[in-house]
Design a protein around this ligand. Structure first.
Ligand code: ZN
Length: 93
């Protein structure tokens, strides 16, 4: 499965730690090798608070057009692959 989430996206946490469920935040780092990402304000750890990485499968992309946590499809055109919101069909980028 290809990773369809990028740095700078807004995502919603759909599973994982109870206290993080439903939170939305900006992706501040994507750790491709271990399929994890760091989301602003999610999975806060330590006395000096910082965001720990969470599993990519625990989040859904929040579509910038419709504002819904949405499944993402891929549409191919002459420029390559574009991401598409499966909720409102908007191109995401
Ligand atoms: Zn949408």
């Amino acid at each position: 499965m290809r990773v369809k989430i990028r740095k700078g996206d807004t995502v919603e946490v759909i599973s994982g730690r109870l206290e993080d469920k439903g939170k939305r935040g900006e992706v501040i780092n994507v750790l491709l090798e271990d399929r994890r990402l760091v989301v602003q304000g999610v999975n806060i750890r330590g006395r000096i608070q910082f965001e720990g990485p969470i599993d990519i499968s625990n989040v859904m992309l929040v579509c910038p057009k419709c504002g819904e946590a949405s499944r993402v499809g891929v549409q191919r055109d002459e420029d390559g692959a574009r991401r598409v919101c499966k909720n409102c069909q908007a191109l995401i980028d």
